[in-house]
Design a protein around this ligand. Structure first.
Ligand code: PMP
Length: 468
């Protein structure tokens, strides 16, 4: 059956695709080879032609408990019979209250107060606004600047984009907002300071103090970062990194904000990366995986000292922020069910164990005769593991062609979805993944890399690529 015939079975014609715009995609190219998913189950996706794909990326770091989960579907159905939308200016609702309480329970330390939202960018924006209002209401009204990191991604909205630290997503929209300062993250494999761990003294962390001093401590409100950075290639800090940052932020009254939109909900081998790195942020930012993608969801969860700045004193002191769909009853219900599923099945332990297995298998490849030459580094924790490709171990030189993007084309043909960048590829399958499923993913990955190497040798790889 042709693609056109498959489309017709769903009452779609190719021209229909001209009306839709995908994220960061050139639609003229996309509609030539459109990928249209029709259904999914567990770690498998299926397109309208019936072709199956292993979902090695949990959708996009989102479908934590896997696709087609009966508990979440049932919970949403039941909630639909009761109330689908509650008036957010006048009331809250039962699932939202239960979810906020559950978040306070599973988040570490005194991260006890929750503002429910509907997605990642809403959550990073809300966190940064919360930071400014917090300082205004605690006697430091001039604190407004945000320290973020190069390579970090914090959302597509103007605030999130201003915190984002690499040009290809933001250059077209510049100038972005004022008051955002960037520092280099701990890319130890390619230290920006030319130092080596542990003799470096974790300069990438200690330099934050110098930056705060130069900016003026009275002007710096918060620091936002992803504990393990996705963009930039699964940037994984050494253990001391967060102890140092926590101390600096406390010393200068700067709110430390963890963007756990990808890292949260078991991904790094603990419920939150805050626990993986034993550091409690002032604000925990979550999104994507909260409801395992069954409904849109986002949240910020903050510490008691932050909450106290907003408690009492009339409506002027209330957090001046809101979104129509924040705390939506259906989304809250889906999130409650997803968290219950993670806890009851102990999927966090599975993430740790399967992540360990995946990593060990990738390490074997790094030491093998076949792929050892081109795997420079393996990074990450839990089920968020990245592989960096290089041309030469001594110089760490990257390919001058988009190697990972070329691998991606083959992986899609063979039925595997991973996060593929020109120089690195990441695995982040649903937390329910089994050893057998990981073995299948690794086998396809190896085939994809080997076939790409053949193409490179034959000079069949072009330098241009779709930047996503
Ligand atoms: N922060 C991080 C770390 C993300 O990965 C993303 C999404 N890729 C966002 C923020 C923005 O989330 P959303 O796309 O849901 O707005």
């Amino acid at each position: 059956m042709s693609l056109k015939e498959s489309m017709l079975r769903y009452s779609i014609v190719p021209e229909d695709l001209k009306h839709i715009v995908l994220d960061f995609k050139q639609m003229e190219d996309f509609i030539k080879h459109p990928l249209i998913m029709a259904k999914a189950d567990g770690v498998w996706l299926e397109d309208i032609e019936g072709k199956r794909y292993l979902d090695g990326l949990s959708g996009v770091f989102t479908v934590q408990v896997g696709h087609n989960n009966p508990r979440i579907k049932e919970a949403i159905k039941k909630q639909m019979e009761k109330i689908c939308f509650a008036p957010p200016l006048h009331a809250t609702n039962i699932p939202a209250i239960k979810l906020a309480k559950l978040m306070a329970e599973i988040a570490p330390g005194d991260l006890n107060t929750v503002k429910l939202l509907s997605g990642g960018s809403e959550a990073t924006e809300a966190a940064m606004k919360l930071g400014r209002q917090y300082h205004t209401q605690t006697g430091s009204p001039k604190k407004y600047k945000v320290i973020a990191r190069y390579w970090g991604y914090h959302g597509a909205t103007m605030g999130g984009l201003s915190a984002t630290g690499f040009p290809h997503r933001k250059a077209i929209f510049e100038p972005t907002m004022n008051g955002f300062i960037h520092v280099f993250p701990p890319t130890c494999y390619r230290c920006p300071y030319g130092l080596g761990y542990p003799d470096c003294g974790i300069r990438c962390a200690t330099i934050v103090e110098d930056v705060i001093k130069m900016e003026g401590p009275k002007t710096v409100a918060s620091m936002i970062l992803e504990p393990i950075g996705n963009t930039g290639g699964i940037i994984t800090p050494p253990n001391e990194y967060f102890t140092i940052l926590r101390e600096i932020c406390d010393k200068y009254n700067v709110l430390l904000m963890f963007d756990e939109i990808i890292n949260g909900f078991g991904r790094t081998g603990q419920m939150f990366a805050a626990q993986t790195f034993n550091t409690i942020p002032d604000v925990l930012i979550t999104g994507k995986s909260m409801a395992s993608g069954y409904t849109p969801m986002g949240a910020i969860t903050f510490r008691d000292k932050v909450e106290q700045a907003f408690w009492g004193g009339g409506s002027d002191r209330a957090f001046s922020h809101g979104h129509t769909f924040g705390g939506n009853p259906l989304s809250s219900t889906a999130t409650l069910a997803s968290i219950e599923e993670i806890r009851e099945r102990d999927l966090v332990t599975n993430a740790r164990e399967m992540g360990g297995y995946l990593r060990a298998e990738l390490e074997k490849l790094k030491n093998s005769d076949t792929l050892g030459n081109i795997i420079g580094d393996i990074r990450g924790k839990g089920l968020m593991i990245g592989v960096e490709f290089i041309k030469n171990h001594e110089t760490k030189e990257s390919f001058d062609i988009p190697f990972g993007k070329e691998v991606e084309k083959i992986l899609i043909q063979k039925g595997l979805i991973l996060r593929c960048d020109p120089n690195w590829i990441a695995f982040a399958p649903p937390l329910i993944v089994t050893k057998e499923e990981l073995d299948q993913m690794i086998r396809i990955f190896v085939e994809g890399v080997e076939e790409t190497l053949e193409k490179v040798k034959a000079g069949k790889v072009s330098k241009s690529f779709d930047k996503f």
